[in-house]
Design a protein around this ligand. Sequence first.
Ligand code: DHK
Length: 145
Amino acid sequence: MTKQILILNGPNLNLLGKRQPEIYGHDTLEDVVANCSVLAEELGLTVTAAQSNHEGDIIDQIHSARDTAAGIIINPAAFTHTSVAILDALNAFDGIVLEVHISNVHKRESFRHQSYVSLRADGVIAGFGVEGYTLALRRMASVLT
Ligand code: DHK
């Protein structure tokens, strides 16, 4: 059985490729998931992906991952900076957690410099564009396989 990785994206990332492309680029979330699925096969991993604009749905996805996934690659988007509830859910997950931000949040408004999720994340990638997701997947493979 290959190890499963959940790629979990938060609010507004369903608009990736259309929303503020000068910040988030032109690739869509479907492109990101397709690239990760191809790479996962090369790396001997399996990928599942979910996106939600709702905090509770993201928490439910993390709870489900407790029984199914060895790792979570999460871009909580704006919830990064606000959600103690997502931090608590991730603290109830035993696998590897990698936090991805497409933009360099540290170069942006000061409210984006704070991340609750970073208190749990095993690693953080920011500012590498959507390539951050495949970099995180490669890191998952080196840690898990
Ligand atoms: C995406 C968002 O939607 C923002 O709310 C975050 C993050 C940054 C990103 O860079 O992927 O502040």
